[in-house]
Design a protein. Structure first.
Lengths: 329, 218
């Protein structure tokens, strides 16, 4: 196995110009023939497989990033709000109680805004689950008061909650702690799932490159022997192979990444089409992944995937070549 | 430069092809290696070139124990040796010029440094008009000359040639022998494996004769 120091030393003295020339398609490459011909390296099939892997990796990374961003915004949003719930059962004048509780809350320090929701507003919140129906008005739906808090000077939630319970019967305070914990669990699960998918994609890419390297080495055995006879060392021979794999990896990864970026660009349209006339599914999807648009750092993540895939191609092919050369020795 | 001591070689569990081979090659020397077909000339050249390991004995190449070399060390020593194979070993996808330039490319030299040298050498071995030709359209003799040009282009300290004049007419054979002699005058040690007595008779050089696995110096 090549040592890390040798690998870094080798990178320093790398013939980068030749290597970068390897990125170009064969017809644009320098006239001096390549010692290992491009045609002898597994071509189209390998390119398609790596492009698909890159596409999947970009989609996964982008989706996880998007869910993460959306969840963070959501958590931030609900962390600056608390909700007061008034039980309508056994309350003679619920509107009066709403006013009293609102006035009580408005007097507390650290509260910037108190917004009592009307009975219609409360019923509307249930529409995604129960549908639009006049029967809702007959139900004892709890009344809600949305309270915005000053995050730089937050109120003592425990004290307010205790005071509300003491002063008003059937009034509870929800600081959304349970929701936030659930969202965090959800985003962590999504991130772990994404990492698992990325790991599988990386493993599949490595397996494909190892197989392609072995096959390329076998079909170029004669060239390798001649290179040995004229004094080429393992590094020289591995470079001749890995420049092909780098070129192939970058080209394929770019195709996959561009495909994934197009999907992200079209995602809002796709979501709209899936959701028909902007019904529940669009609303729910938007809650999960935001607007469905990837921001600039999200696209940078796709570019990073291209680098990672190309690096995987180079490192795997190099280690594969050196391993096969050792077995020849 | 080269030292063989009690070297024996057998392939697998077969009989010993070389037995107790002991000889020294001094810098600037010229040797013919001869013997009947199947006597082990090619195997001895392969031992000299470190492409196979002996079953027993010691081999020192340029003062290094050839049996204890790392792959990188072996590659380093091989750059100081030029070899001409009986089957030429030219790369079919490279032109004659590119094949001949291969050792210099491996050494990391820039093309601008050796462009003229390679063209001049090809002209000298009579392949001036075959510079851009691919090996598959070269005749046996032309391939032989291209292989020789590839072996000598890097000015090796030791040149090993396996039947280098086997596929060429007497005129070209004579010219190639003069190339080897010229290289030898410039300091390259030369070992030519051949059973062409006419060729050996042209030069007063010691002969390493292989017979039934044993080596005699005559």
């Amino acid at each position: 196995m090549i040592s890390a120091r040798a690998f870094i030393d080798d990178l320093r003295e790398y013939p980068w110009v030749n290597l970068l020339a390897g990125l170009l398609p064969a017809r644009f490459q320098p006239k001096t023939a390549q010692i290992v011909p491009s045609a002898s390296i597994a071509g189209n099939a390998l390119t398609v497989v790596i492009a698909i892997m890159s596409f999947l990796a970009c989609l996964t990374a982008g989706a996880v990033y998007m869910v993460n961003q959306s969840a963070r915004a959501w958590v931030n949003d609900i962390a600056s709000e608390i909700t007061i719930e008034l039980d309508p059962v056994n309350t003679a004048d619920i509107e009066k109680k709403m006013t009293l509780v609102s006035l009580f809350l408005a007097k507390q320090s650290g509260i910037t805004r108190v917004k009592p929701l009307t009975a219609e507003d409360s019923a509307k919140l249930l529409e995604p689950w129960l549908g639009r129906s006049d029967a809702l008005s007959a139900l004892p739906i709890p009344r809600l008061i949305a309270v915005e808090i000053d995050r730089s000077n937050p109120p003592d939630i425990e004290t307010i909650s205790a005071a509300l319970s003491q002063s008003f019967e059937g009034v509870t305070l929800d600081d959304h702690r349970r929701w936030r914990a659930e969202i965090r669990t959800l985003t962590r699960s999504a991130a772990l799932g994404g990492l698992a998918v990325l790991g599988l994609v990386a493993a599949a890419t490595i397996a494909v490159i190892v197989s392609a390297t072995r096959s390329a080495m076998a079909s170029n055995r004669e060239i390798i022997e001649v290179l040995h006879f004229v004094g080429a060392n393992e590094r020289f021979i591995s470079r001749e192979f890995e420049r092909h794999f780098l070129g192939l990896g970058v080209r394929a990864a770019l195709v996959g990444a561009v495909g994934a970026m197009l999907v992200f660009l079209l995602l809002p349209v796709i979501m709209h089409l899936l959701g028909g006339d902007g019904g529940t599914s669009v609303t729910e999807m938007s809650r999960l992944v935001g607007s469905g648009e990837l921001d600039f750092p999200g696209y940078l993540l796709c570019v990073l995937v291209v680098f990672v895939v190309a690096s995987l191609c180079v490192i795997t092919s190099r280690l594969g070549v050196i391993r096969v050369l050792k077995s020849y020795a | 430069m080269i030292r063989f001591e009690n070297v024996g070689l057998r392939y697998g569990t077969g009989p010993e092809i070389l037995r107790d081979v002991t000889f020294h090659v001094l810098p600037g020397s010229f040797h013919f290696l001869t013997g009947p077909s199947g006597a082990g000339k090619t195997s001895l050249l392969r031992l000299l070139f470190m492409s196979i390991r002996p079953s027993r004995g010691l081999i020192h190449v340029f003062g290094e124990n050839a049996l204890a070399l790392t792959p990188a060390g072996r590659a380093e020593l091989r750059r100081r040796i030029g070899i001409v194979f009986q089957d030429f070993r030219l790369l079919d996808h490279l032109t004659t010029w590119e094949n001949v330039a291969l050792p210099l490319r491996v050494m990391g030299k820039k093309e601008s440094e050796y462009r003229e040298d390679v063209t001049d050498l090809l002209r000298w071995v009579g392949l001036g008009d075959r510079v851009d030709a691919y090996p598959e359209i070269l005749s046996g003799g032309e391939k032989q000359r291209a292989a020789i040009a590839r072996a000598v282009i890097g000015r090796p300290e030791l040149l090993l040639a396996d039947e280098p004049t086997g596929n060429v007419d007497p005129l070209i054979a004579d010219r190639l022998l003069r190339l080897f002699v010229e290289l030898n005058r410039l300091g390259t040690s030369v070992i030519i494996a051949t059973h062409d007595y006419a060729l050996m008779d042209q030069l007063d050089a010691p002969r390493l004769v292989l017979y039934e696995g044993h080596l005699d110096l005559r």
